[in-house]
Structures are given as structure tokens and as C-alpha cells.
Ligand binder design. Structure first.
Ligand code: COA
Length: 164
């Protein structure tokens, strides 16, 4: 709650959501319901050394027949950005998506001005597949929404190349 309602974080979220504590508790309960129904898997991101909860990473099952999922992530406290935690969390989620859930592709949307997030996604193998031009409005300006995706085969090939 300490960092969630910070505009510095909210500006990057596709569904910005200023929330009260009660609403957040409801949201967390709802994650279990979505998981039970097999609609989404939402994980906390924790720092092992401090056992500290610093963010969420989410996998939505968008289409079971096409084995297609969608990814979302946020690390709440800006002091923890740029330390590699996002990359590690995205990699783990992709591994879970492809190795355990047998998904074939994962896609995401990211605002064009969110260069940090795009760099993080590129590092794990996502590529840009298109743009929704001027589809987002923030602080008096229109911005593109970048669409990215990754196939299971691309992810495993990249890991094999790195010997991971
Ligand atoms: C996006 C987010 C999950 C990334 O996680 P992170 O831990 O900060 O990212 P990482 O440290 O793993 O990687 C970030 C990379 O971006 C690079 N980067 C940072 N700012 C950049 C910029 N302005 N332009 C280009 N690259 C940039 C970093 O140098 C790093 O690359 P490197 O490891 O090769 O040096 C995290 O910053 C976050 O939660 N941000 C706020 C919410 C958000 O944007 N969510 C995503 C919505 S689509």
C-alpha cells in the first residue's frame, strides 16, 4: 500500500488503479478465484534476503485452444527498479508458462515511453510485433502502445544458447 498509489508507478500501468486498503484485500482474494478457475496466475515477487514483498507478476490465460497467454508485471517501489528483479521474474514466469502450463505464446502491451520495461522484455526474448498508434492518452499527450510477444520455441532456444 505504501507505494501502490504513487503516480510514478501508476503512469506505467495499463489499468491505473488508485485503491484503498480494503480494495487491495479484495483484489488479492480475487486472484485466488481467478487461479481456481484457471484464468490467471498471479505471483508475488519477494526479495529472499529480506523476505520482502516488492511486486507482482501476472500470467493471464487468454486463449486455451491457441495456448496463448498475457503477461503483466509491476515492482511497486521505484528504488527497486533497474536491479534485474523484473528480468528475473519475467524469466521465471515464462518458464512456468511454457514448461508447466504448455503455453505456446505470451504477449503483452507496454506504453512506448516505458523504455525500461521494453528493455526488460527484450532481454528475455520478447520482440515488438506492432503498435497501437496514439492509443494511450496521458498528461495531455497521445502515446503509442507497443505490442510484444514471445513463442515458447524462442524462449527455450535462447536459454539453450546461453547454456541455462
Ligand atoms: C518494468 C519493470 C518490471 C522492469 O523491472 P526492473 O527490475 O526495473 O528491470 P531490470 O533491471 O530487470 O531491467 C531493466 C533494463 O532496462 C534498462 N533501462 C532502464 N531505463 C531505461 C531507459 N530509459 N531506456 C532504455 N533502457 C533502460 C536497464 O539498464 C536494464 O537493462 P540492463 O540490465 O541491460 O542494464 C519495473 O521497472 C517496474 O515494475 N516498473 C513500473 C511498472 C511497470 O512499468 N510495469 C510494466 C508495465 S508494461
Amino acid at each position: 500500500m505504501k507505494f501502490w498509489n504513487n503516480p510514478e508507478l501508476q503512469q506505467f500501468l495499463s489499468r491505473p488503479r488508485i485503491a484503498s486498503r480494503d480494495e487491495e484485500v479484495e483484489w488479492i482474494k480475487n486472484t485466488w478465484e481467478r487461479r481456481r478457475k484457471g484464468e490467471a496466475f498471479i505471483f508475488g515477487i519477494f526479495l529472499h534476503e529480506k523476505d520482502q514483498y516488492i511486486g507482482n507478476v501476472e500470467l493471464r490465460i487468454d486463449n486455451k485452444i491457441a495456448q496463448r497467454g498475457g503477461l503483466g508485471i509491476s515492482i511497486f517501489n521505484p528504488n527497486y527498479w533497474n536491479k534485474g528483479y523484473g528480468t528475473e521474474a519475467v524469466k521465471l514466469l515464462l518458464n512456468f508458462s511454457f514448461s508447466s502450463l504448455n503455453l505456446r505464446s505470451i504477449e503483452l502491451e507496454v506504453f512506448a515511453f516505458n523504455e525500461r520495461a521494453q528493455a526488460c522484455y527484450r532481454k528475455v526474448g520478447f520482440t515488438e510485433i506492432g503498435r497501437k498508434r496514439q492509443a494511450h492518452f496521458l498528461k495531455g499527450k497521445f502515446h503509442d502502445i507497443v505490442l510484444m510477444d514471445i513463442l515458447a520455441t524462442e524462449f527455450t532456444e535462447a536459454l539453450e544458447k546461453k547454456g541455462e
